[in-house]
Design a binder for this molecule. Structure first.
Ligand SMILES: NC(=O)c1ccc[n+]([C@@H]2O[C@H](COP(=O)([O-])OP(=O)(O)OC[C@H]3O[C@@H](n4cnc5c(N)ncnc54)[C@H](O)[C@@H]3O)[C@@H](O)[C@H]2O)c1
Length: 248
C-alpha cells in the first residue's frame, strides 16, 4: 500500500476502525486528515502518529452546513484531497417500535446525510483533478435489516450509504473518481464495548469465523479501496464480516 503524496481524509479517524485507518495511511507514507467530533482524542492520535503526518479538524458530521464549510477549508488548507474515507458513524440499537423521530433523524443525519454532504463538497474538485478515491463504511446491518448489532434506523442509514456509493461510482467513473463501500460485522471498538455478554455470544454464533474483527482487519480492506491497488474497482460493496453474507 502506498499513500505517499496523498492527502487522505478519515472521518471518525480518532477511534476504533477510523484510528486503524489513520495508522494505516501514515504507515504507508500518507498524510492522514482526521475529521472528528472528539477533538481531544484526535489530537492524541496526532501526537501518537506524528504531528507532521496527521492533521486534525473538529467537525460534526451530523451538521451538513458545518461539513460544507469545514471541508471547503480542508481543501483550501491542503490543496488536493486524493482520498475521502467516510467512516464516522453512530449505532442505534432500539427495537423498531421504540425508535422515536429524534433518534431516526440523528442516525440518518450522521450516517447518511453527512456522507452525502462530505462527498458532494469534495466531488467537484476530484472530478476536475480526474482523480478521487471515496470509501464509505456501511455495515452488514444494511444487508440483513439490522438484527446483529444496529437495528432499523442504523440499517436504513447504512443501506442508504450503499445506494449512494453505487450512484457516485456510476457518475464518477468517467472522471477517475471511484467510490466503494465496506460492510463490516462485529468489530472490537469502543462502539461495541458495552454489549452484554449474552448479546455478544448471539452475534458470534452468526459469524462463520466465530470471532469479532480487530479494527485493523477492517481498515486493511478500506485502505485497499483507498489506494491505487483498486484502480479498476468501483461501485463494489465489500463484505468484511467473517463470512456472514457470502452473497456473491
Ligand atoms: N464496530 C463495529 O462492530 C462496526 C460494525 C459495522 C460497521 N461499523 C461502522 O464502522 C464505522 C466506525 O465504527 P467504530 O466501531 O470504529 O466506532 P467508534 O465509536 O469506535 O468510532 C467512531 C468515531 O466517529 C466519531 N464520530 C461519531 N459521531 C460523530 C459526528 N457526529 N461527527 C464527527 N465524528 C463523529 C467518534 O468521535 C469516533 O472517533 C461506523 O460507521 C460504524 O457504523 C462498525
Amino acid at each position: 500500500m502506498d499513500f505517499r503524496n496523498k492527502n487522505v481524509i478519515v472521518t471518525g479517524g480518532a477511534s476504533g476502525i477510523g484510528k486503524a485507518i489513520s495508522e494505516g495511511v501514515v504507515a504507508a507514507g500518507g498524510h492522514a486528515i482526521i475529521v472528528d467530533l472528539n477533538l481531544e482524542l484526535a489530537v492524541k492520535v496526532r501526537e501518537e502518529l506524528g504531528k507532521d503526518r496527521v492533521s486534525v479538524y473538529k467537525v460534526n458530521m451530523g451538521d451538513s452546513e458545518e461539513i460544507r464549510s469545514m471541508f471547503t477549508k480542508i481543501l483550501k488548507d491542503n490543496g488536493q484531497i486524493h482520498v475521502l474515507i467516510n467512516n464516522a458513524g453512530i449505532v442505534s440499537t432500539m427495537p423498531f417500535e421504540e425508535v422515536i423521530q429524534a433518534e431516526w433523524d440523528k442516525v440518518i443525519s450522521i450516517n447518511l446525510t453527512g456522507v452525502y454532504a462530505a462527498i458532494s463538497t469534495l466531488y467537484p474538485s476530484m472530478k476536475e483533478n480526474r482523480y478521487g478515491r471515496i470509501v464509505n463504511i456501511a455495515s452488514v446491518a444494511a444487508k440483513r435489516g439490522g438484527g446483529l448489532l444496529g437495528t432499523s434506523a442504523y440499517a436504513a442509514s447504512k443501506a442508504g450509504v450503499i445506494g449512494l456509493t453505487k450512484a457516485v461510482a456510476r457518475e464518477g467513473a468517467p472522471f477517475g473518481v471511484t467510490c466503494n463501500a465496506v460492510c463490516p460485522s462485529l468489530t472490537n471498538t469502543p462502539m461495541t464495548m458495552n454489549m452484554t455478554e449474552e448479546k455478544r455470544e448471539k452475534v458470534l454464533e452468526s459469524i462463520p469465523m466465530g470471532r469479532a474483527a480487530d479494527p485493523r482487519e477492517i481498515a486493511n480492506v478500506i485502505l485497499f479501496y483507498g489506494s491505487d491497488l483498486s484502480s479498476f474497482v468501483t461501485g463494489e460493496i465489500s463484505d468484511v464480516d467473517g463470512g456472514i453474507s457470502m452473497d456473491g
